[in-house]
Structures are given as structure tokens and as C-alpha cells.
Design a binder for this molecule. Structure first.
Ligand code: M6P
Ligand code: ZN
Length: 196
């Protein structure tokens, strides 16, 4: 019944975690719908083809109560229109479950939203440990020119609720204005659904 203790190696620059149980690769074709500027998505796909947005390496830890699954996420630099490359984002299925992120390299931003539609942004870089309190949906964006890598750990029974964000989106988008990241109102957003 006891699991054997183990350790993984983490490369801060590439985010590679060894051994890792699964590597998730999300490309523009898979997750293009999360970006505000759908014309830009189509333009990129038809001129450049598909583009790798981010990867997740997960340690072999059960997603069940009592465990603490951990992973690294590597978001490649770039924008879609004015919006920075970012993760899909999710609430925890169990809303009262929190999460910790530790920046390992590059620069990014943790974007959080609660069910009242309030949005917060937390700047991240190597050495910054950010806290996702219970009840906040979370996504991360790369605001720099090199891969943004961070480490995450969360309760095993938290669960990923992607559906709510897929339907509603975030109330604000992180866009570049004069080369700086700024939160902008999402014109398609309305509370309770129907972002797009
Ligand atoms: C972090 C953790 C993971 C999450 C990943 C990518 O590593 O929060 O649980 O899967 O980021 O984010 P998303 O699943 O929203 O695409
Ligand atoms: Zn999470």
C-alpha cells in the first residue's frame, strides 16, 4: 500500500522533468479557441502552419486524495495577435483546492479569475513562488522572449475543470501594449457563459 519514495530531475531552462509519466503538448491547432483574435489564429495556421504553444511534464504521482502531483510547464515565447502564448487554464473540480507555482526560468504572468469574474495577475520569473488560493481559475502566459518554465504542485484530488473556462473564457486577456503586458477587458466575456 505504501508507495516507494522517489525523486525527479528538473532542468530549469528546458523544463524537462525525468522521469516523467506524461508529456502534454498543446499546439495552436488544439487550443486556438482560447485566444481573443481568431483572425490571427487563422492567419498563423494558414501561413506558418501549426505552432507548439506549451508542454507539461508530469511526475508519476497518482491524482488522488493524499497525494501531491507535481509537474513542469514550458510555455514557448510568442503571441497570437497581441495576446501572449498561454495555457488553457482551469478551475479545480473541487473548488476548495489550492496550488503552488514556482518560476524556474524566463518570465511570465499567472492570471487568476474567481467565480465573481474578478481577475488578478501575478508576475513570475525564476525564484518567484506564487499561490493559487482555493476558488480561483488559473492560467499562465509567457511575457518574455525565451521559454517560460515553472513548477507546479497541487492536491491529488483537485481535478481539472476545463469546461467552465472553455465556455466562459477569462474576463480579461493579457496583451502586449508598447511591448509591456497589460490586462485588457475581453469584449466577448459575460458572466455565466457565452464567451465564444
Ligand atoms: C501546471 C499545473 C497543471 C496544468 C498545467 C497546464 O503544470 O497547473 O495541473 O495541467 O499547468 O495548464 P492547463 O492544464 O490549464 O493547460
Ligand atoms: Zn490547477
Amino acid at each position: 500500500m505504501f508507495m516507494e519514495p522517489f525523486a525527479c530531475e528538473v532542468e530549469p531552462q528546458t523544463g524537462i522533468l525525468r522521469p516523467s509519466q506524461q508529456v502534454i503538448r498543446r499546439t495552436l491547432r488544439n487550443i486556438g479557441g482560447i485566444f481573443l483574435d481568431q483572425e490571427a489564429v487563422q492567419q498563423i495556421l494558414s501561413t506558418e502552419g501549426d505552432r507548439l504553444i506549451y508542454e507539461v511534464y508530469a511526475a508519476d504521482v497518482p491524482e488522488s486524495e493524499g497525494h501531491l502531483p507535481y509537474s513542469t510547464t514550458v510555455i514557448y515565447p510568442g503571441r497570437v495577435g497581441d495576446e501572449y502564448h498561454m495555457t488553457k487554464g482551469h478551475y479545480h473540480m473541487k473548488r476548495n483546492r489550492a496550488e503552488v507555482y514556482l518560476g524556474l526560468s524566463g518570465e511570465g504572468c499567472l492570471i487568476l479569475q474567481n467565480e465573481a469574474g474578478e481577475v488578478r495577475a501575478v508576475a513570475m520569473r525564476a525564484g518567484v513562488a506564487a499561490y493559487v488560493p482555493p476558488g480561483w481559475a488559473h492560467r499562465t502566459a509567457n511575457t518574455g522572449d525565451v521559454p517560460f518554465v515553472f513548477f507546479a504542485v497541487y492536491p491529488g484530488d483537485a481535478g481539472h475543470d476545463y469546461g467552465t473556462i472553455e465556455i466562459e473564457g477569462f474576463a480579461k486577456a493579457l496583451v502586449a501594449r508598447n511591448g509591456r503586458p497589460v490586462l485588457m477587458k475581453n469584449p466577448h466575456w459575460r458572466q455565466g457563459g457565452g464567451a465564444r
